[in-house]
Design a protein. Sequence first.
Length: 122
Amino acid sequence: MKAALEALAALPGAGGVVLVSDEGLILGSASKSPEGAAGLELVAAELAALSCRLSPLLSELGEEPLLRYTAGSRSHELLALRLAGATLVLWVERGRDERLAQIELARRADDVERWLAQLAES
Protein backbone atom coordinates (compact mmCIF):
# COMPACT_ATOMS: atom_id res chain seq x y z
CA MET A 1 0.00 0.00 0.00
CA LYS A 2 2.85 2.37 0.85
CA ALA A 3 4.28 1.93 -2.66
CA ALA A 4 0.92 2.87 -4.21
CA LEU A 5 0.68 6.02 -2.09
CA GLU A 6 4.28 7.02 -2.86
CA ALA A 7 3.70 6.52 -6.59
CA LEU A 8 0.67 8.80 -6.45
CA ALA A 9 2.55 11.46 -4.48
CA ALA A 10 5.32 11.35 -7.11
CA LEU A 11 2.97 12.25 -9.99
CA PRO A 12 3.77 15.56 -11.73
CA GLY A 13 2.02 18.35 -9.83
CA ALA A 14 0.95 16.13 -6.94
CA GLY A 15 1.40 17.57 -3.48
CA GLY A 16 0.41 14.48 -1.56
CA VAL A 17 -2.03 11.65 -1.07
CA VAL A 18 -3.95 10.43 1.97
CA LEU A 19 -5.95 7.28 2.66
CA VAL A 20 -8.51 7.93 5.39
CA SER A 21 -11.07 5.55 6.89
CA ASP A 22 -14.77 6.36 7.04
CA GLU A 23 -14.21 7.01 10.75
CA GLY A 24 -11.65 9.72 9.93
CA LEU A 25 -8.55 7.71 10.84
CA ILE A 26 -5.48 8.25 8.67
CA LEU A 27 -4.54 4.83 7.30
CA GLY A 28 -1.62 6.05 5.21
CA SER A 29 -0.19 9.08 3.48
CA ALA A 30 2.66 10.24 1.28
CA SER A 31 3.71 13.80 0.56
CA LYS A 32 6.46 15.69 -1.23
CA SER A 33 6.30 18.40 1.44
CA PRO A 34 6.18 17.43 5.12
CA GLU A 35 4.95 20.94 6.02
CA GLY A 36 1.65 20.45 4.18
CA ALA A 37 1.07 16.83 5.15
CA ALA A 38 -0.82 17.51 8.40
CA GLY A 39 -3.16 19.99 6.70
CA LEU A 40 -3.83 17.60 3.85
CA GLU A 41 -4.65 14.83 6.34
CA LEU A 42 -7.23 17.08 8.04
CA VAL A 43 -8.83 17.98 4.72
CA ALA A 44 -8.89 14.31 3.68
CA ALA A 45 -10.61 13.33 6.93
CA GLU A 46 -13.28 15.96 6.32
CA LEU A 47 -13.77 14.78 2.73
CA ALA A 48 -14.20 11.20 3.98
CA ALA A 49 -16.87 12.38 6.44
CA LEU A 50 -18.59 14.28 3.64
CA SER A 51 -18.51 11.15 1.46
CA CYS A 52 -20.20 9.14 4.19
CA ARG A 53 -22.95 11.74 4.55
CA LEU A 54 -23.54 12.17 0.80
CA SER A 55 -23.92 8.50 -0.14
CA PRO A 56 -27.21 7.95 1.75
CA LEU A 57 -28.59 11.19 0.34
CA LEU A 58 -27.76 10.07 -3.18
CA SER A 59 -29.52 6.76 -2.48
CA GLU A 60 -32.67 8.68 -1.58
CA LEU A 61 -32.49 10.26 -5.03
CA GLY A 62 -32.23 6.82 -6.61
CA GLU A 63 -28.54 7.22 -7.38
CA GLU A 64 -25.69 4.82 -6.82
CA PRO A 65 -23.33 5.54 -3.89
CA LEU A 66 -20.73 8.25 -4.36
CA LEU A 67 -17.64 6.91 -6.14
CA ARG A 68 -15.42 9.91 -6.88
CA TYR A 69 -15.50 13.67 -6.77
CA THR A 70 -13.29 16.73 -7.03
CA ALA A 71 -13.00 19.80 -4.83
CA GLY A 72 -10.94 22.73 -5.98
CA SER A 73 -9.31 25.93 -4.85
CA ARG A 74 -7.65 28.55 -7.00
CA SER A 75 -4.37 26.67 -7.01
CA HIS A 76 -5.13 22.99 -6.33
CA GLU A 77 -7.61 20.20 -6.92
CA LEU A 78 -8.47 17.50 -4.42
CA LEU A 79 -9.37 14.29 -6.22
CA ALA A 80 -11.28 11.92 -3.95
CA LEU A 81 -12.01 8.28 -4.71
CA ARG A 82 -14.30 6.18 -2.50
CA LEU A 83 -13.10 2.70 -1.65
CA ALA A 84 -14.49 0.01 0.64
CA GLY A 85 -14.67 1.82 3.97
CA ALA A 86 -12.17 4.52 3.06
CA THR A 87 -11.47 7.53 0.84
CA LEU A 88 -8.29 8.05 -1.16
CA VAL A 89 -7.52 11.77 -1.64
CA LEU A 90 -4.91 13.13 -4.05
CA TRP A 91 -3.88 16.80 -3.96
CA VAL A 92 -2.69 18.17 -7.33
CA GLU A 93 -1.78 21.58 -8.68
CA ARG A 94 -4.46 23.13 -10.82
CA GLY A 95 -3.52 23.26 -14.49
CA ARG A 96 -1.63 19.98 -14.42
CA ASP A 97 -2.95 16.95 -16.29
CA GLU A 98 -5.79 16.13 -13.91
CA ARG A 99 -7.06 13.38 -16.19
CA LEU A 100 -3.73 11.56 -15.87
CA ALA A 101 -3.94 11.96 -12.09
CA GLN A 102 -7.49 10.53 -12.08
CA ILE A 103 -6.42 7.54 -14.18
CA GLU A 104 -3.44 6.82 -11.95
CA LEU A 105 -5.59 7.26 -8.83
CA ALA A 106 -8.04 4.65 -10.13
CA ARG A 107 -5.22 2.30 -11.14
CA ARG A 108 -3.50 2.47 -7.75
CA ALA A 109 -6.83 2.13 -5.94
CA ASP A 110 -6.83 -1.61 -6.75
CA ASP A 111 -3.64 -2.07 -4.70
CA VAL A 112 -5.06 -0.02 -1.85
CA GLU A 113 -8.36 -1.95 -1.85
CA ARG A 114 -6.47 -5.25 -1.62
CA TRP A 115 -4.59 -3.85 1.39
CA LEU A 116 -7.89 -2.70 2.97
CA ALA A 117 -9.36 -6.18 2.50
CA GLN A 118 -6.36 -7.75 4.20
CA LEU A 119 -6.63 -5.23 7.04
CA ALA A 120 -10.33 -6.08 7.51
CA GLU A 121 -9.56 -9.80 7.67
CA SER A 122 -6.96 -9.40 10.44
